[in-house]
Design a protein around this ligand. Structure first.
Ligand SMILES: *[C@@H]1O[C@H](CO)[C@@H](O)[C@H](O)[C@H]1NC(C)=O
Ligand SMILES: *[C@@H]1O[C@H](CO)[C@@H](O)[C@H](O)[C@H]1NC(C)=O
Ligand SMILES: *[C@@H]1O[C@H](CO)[C@@H](O)[C@H](O)[C@H]1NC(C)=O
Length: 472
């Protein structure tokens, strides 16, 4: 949290209150808040936009307030992948953070379609009291390449649109916004006095005494050659077998979502000039569990041997190198597979239920997944599965029949869209299992052999009888 503490930012909050703007439908109508200071830091150094917001919120009403609202424009709301909040206490190095619950609200939209998220405070804020909040929110698909097409020798330029003033249902007494660009090449930016630029930082503000819902659109046009790696679809299958290990198979549909490549691709130029294809990427790093084994990586042509695996006791890193470098608009479809030891990820809870504890999300660094499907294939005979995921996902179950299965396996299917590396947190799938089922496969095999043996015996026996009949 160190870096985050420095990079704090600000957004919008509100209270549930007497704001007539909320059309009298707010849940706790008698609270009134104001933001004393707000600082927003927008990190534009990758294609995933991270915004850190630091707010000091004060209760200026009579009633106590237990919630604070954050406001987002409708476009931002569609692109929000993560919203996290924490209450901070103490100063500088001694700062402590208490995570707070944040949820989208069902409050009616504010002016111009403003959407709200609700932060639940741990204890209500009394009259005249103030609280410091740290908010992190992450936006995907928010950098728009312009020009939309570039040749191999050109750098990639993008637009970022936002508001110089922080959108909030509360008045903000004092605020400032800082944008960090990947390089000092900034083609243009909107000025909203005071606006300053130094090297890779743009500063909007300070702005004093802004009324609720202040909004002043800005566009920043700057260079960004980071890998715009987007997985349009990722299906991860995690298969548990009590006999052996956990087998993970991941199907990727990867695209370079930056400015489209125009003209022909010259490998000679690409390899000889360091500035050729600066916005393309030729490899990606996947972080896998420490004790992986039987790792493979293949595309539709076959196994790719140029991938490199490095393992230590904390993690394994697989360097994935497609057959050609990816330029804007180019796609690559591939599969990664590996096994991990059962004892590292499968546990028994106190009540005897088993559970898988594995990482959700995509193992590729700095990658957005538009649609992620995680399938957990439970051993045959498992009952009452339930999944525990730290954020909302869609859940259902399926049945899968594989070789030698008698009753089929239950598959817990979890789906989530707009996934970023912050979603790589552990999730659990609990299920009941009776060890007797472990005998199912061997019993099946035994019975198959037994039946086969019986069939042979019967056949031979019949045969004999027929010859005997002939002889007589
Ligand atoms: C709503 O949109 C109109 C027209 O674009 C603009 O003039 C006005 O300032 C906006 N209001 C807010 C609260 O954003
Ligand atoms: C690719 O490698 C995996 C694991 O080493 C192996 O199981 C598979 O048969 C290989 N496939 C091809 C097409 O060579
Ligand atoms: C799951 O694993 C993580 C570490 O990877 C651990 O911190 C967490 O406590 C585990 N959760 C459960 C329920 O065992």
């Amino acid at each position: 949290m160190g870096a985050m503490a420095i990079l704090r930012l600000a957004l919008v909050f509100s209270i549930l209150t007497s704001f007539s703007l909320l059309a009298g439908s707010s849940p706790s109508p008698l609270t009134e808040l104001q933001i004393v200071t707000a600082e927003r830091r927008i990190d534009l150094t990758s294609h995933i936009v991270k915004v850190f917001l630091t707010l000091k919120v004060e209760n200026i009403g009579e009633a106590s307030a237990s919630e604070v609202l954050l406001a987002y424009s409708p476009t931002e709301a569609d692109r929000l992948a993560v919203v996290k909040a924490a209450a901070s206490a103490g100063k500088k190095k001694k700062k402590s953070y208490l995570p707070l619950d944040v949820k989208p609200t069902d409050l009616p939209d504010g002016p111009n379609g403003t959407k709200y998220y609700l932060i639940h405070l741990l204890k209500p804020l009394g009259k005249g009291e103030a609280i410091s909040l740290e908010v992190l929110y992450i936006l995907t698909h928010s950098l728009e390449p312009f020009p939309v097409e570039i040749s191999q020798s050109e750098s990639q330029l993008v637009y970022y649109r936002d508001s110089a003033k922080i959108l909030s249902p509360y008045p903000i007494k004092q605020q400032a916004t800082f944008l960090k660009t990947p390089s000092s090449r900034v083609e243009s930016f909107t000025r909203v006095v005071p606006t300053d630029r130094a090297n890779t930082e743009l500063k909007y503000g300070p702005y004093e005494e802004q009324p609720p819902f202040s909004y002043s659109p800005i566009i920043v046009h700057f260079e960004n050659n980071k890998a715009f790696a987007v997985v349009e679809e990722l299906v991860r299958e995690i298969e548990i077998s009590h006999w052996g290990s956990i087998q993970v198979t991941e199907h990727y549909k990867l695209v370079h979502a930056g400015a489209r490549h125009k003209g022909a691709f010259s490998r000679v130029e690409y390899q000889s000039r360091p500035n050729s294809g600066v916005s393309s990427f030729k490899n990606l790093l996947a972080e896998l569990p420490p004790r992986v084994h039987s790792v493979y990586y293949r595309d539709n042509i076959g196994n790719i041997s140029s991938s490199r695996l490095r393992t230590n006791f904390k993690k394994s890193e697989l360097l994935i190198e497609p057959r050609y470098p990816l330029f804007g608009g180019w796609k690559s479809t591939f599969v990664i597979g590996y096994g991990v030891p059962l004892e590292d990820f499968l546990f028994e809870a106190a009540d005897g239920t088993r559970y898988l504890n594995y990482s959700f999300g995509c193992p590729l660094a700095e990658t957005v997944v538009d649609k992620l499907t995680v399938k957990v294939v439970l051993p045959e005979g498992s009952k009452n599965p339930s999944a525990v995921v730290p954020f909302p996902v869609e859940q259902r179950t399926e049945r899968k029949y594989s070789y030698l299965d008698v009753v089929g396996r239950t598959v817990v299917v979890l789906e989530k869209s707009n996934v970023v590396p912050e979603h790589n947190s552990p999730f659990q799938v609990y299920y009941q299992f009776s060890p007797i089922y472990m005998l199912a496969e061997p019993l099946m095999l035994t019975s198959v052999f037994f039946l086969f043996f019986m069939a042979c015996v019967t056949y031979l026996h019949l045969d004999f009888s027929i010859s005997k009949i002939k002889q007589t």
